[in-house]
Ligand binder design. Structure first.
Ligand code: KIV
Length: 276
């Protein structure tokens, strides 16, 4: 951890190596998505560890039905906005659909997200051909967060947002993919809509931290789309892993504080927020 020289009174900045240390220490990692500086500032003040500029931007901000329409320019712009609101939390930016279809495209896109978007890590979805992109980025000093399970950019192939890894064949395949993204150099792994027992097994089987969303309480950390965590219905069906932290509280920052506190203490998620 290091102290922000622009604001020495702030809590220490969360760094990429801190994430592994937190896993080893059993300290839960609390993450939320943000798309602008004001929300980012409120989350940072609430003690969030990671802020993700997710390509969920396409759904909750642009009003699209999926994330496929988000382009690199959108992500760079919103990442830069969010960066201006942060003093301590680690900033991760999503790589949009097809920007990592080849390792060289991935390097160009990730460089823009770090250099112009001021992110400290990029996130990309899937395994298979994506492993080459992860290797290409991480051997060139670009920290990578992998994302497995329900990968929203695959919605057209998957035919909807569905739980992944059910049944022994699919579960073994997902476990193998998690080990492959770690071997390719990823330093963090998001598991989305995966049976809780499988997410726990994956978390125990790899050394990098797992961040769950609809993946049970045994992941090393949790993430929610901030609009979901505030009970804002963006016109989509409310998934079971969502909780409204604004309910009964009088400010957005209080809601974010409650989220951080419940993730850190293991109070959120509960069994009913996960899948079998
Ligand atoms: O785009 C996004 O917000 C995400 C999170 C849901 C993990 O990828």
């Amino acid at each position: 951890m290091y102290i922000n020289p622009n604001d020495p009174s702030s809590r220490p900045a969360v760094t990429v190596p801190d994430l592994r240390r937190m896993k080893t220490a059993g300290e839960k990692i609390a993450s939320l998505t943000a798309y602008d500086a004001s929300f980012a500032r409120a989350m940072d003040a609430a003690g969030i560890d990671i802020v993700l500029v997710g390509d969920s931007l396409g759904m909750v901000v642009h009003g699209s039905t999926n994330t496929v329409s988000v382009v690199l320019e959108n992500m760079v712009y919103h990442s830069r906005c969010v960066a201006k609101g942060l003093s301590s939390a680690l900033l991760i930016a999503d790589m949009p659909f097809q920007t990592y279809a080849s390792p060289s495209r991935a390097l160009d896109a990730a460089t823009a997200l770090l250099a112009e978007g001021m992110a400290s890590m990029v996130k990309l979805e899937g395994s298979g051909f994506v492993l080459d992109a992860i290797d290409h980025l991480t051997t060139r000093e670009i920290p990578v967060c992998a994302h497995l399970g329900m990968t929203p950019q695959s919605v057209l192939r998957m035919g909807g947002f569905k739980v992944q890894g059910r049944g022994s064949e699919a579960a073994n395949s997902l476990l193998a993919q998690a080990q492959q993204v770690e071997a390719a150099g990823a330093q963090l792994l998001v598991l989305e809509c995966v049976p809780s027992v499988l997410a726990a097994k994956i978390t125990r089987s790899i050394n990098i931290p797992t961040i769950g969303i609809g993946a049970g309480l045994d992941c090393d950390g949790q993430i929610l789309v901030s609009y979901d965590a505030l009970g804002i219905n963006s016109g989509h069906r409310r998934p079971r892993f969502v909780k409204d932290f604004l309910k009964g509280r009088d400010s957005i920052e209080a809601a974010f504080r409650a989220y951080v506190s419940e993730v850190k203490s293991g109070e959120f998620p509960k069994t009913e927020h996960g899948y079998n």
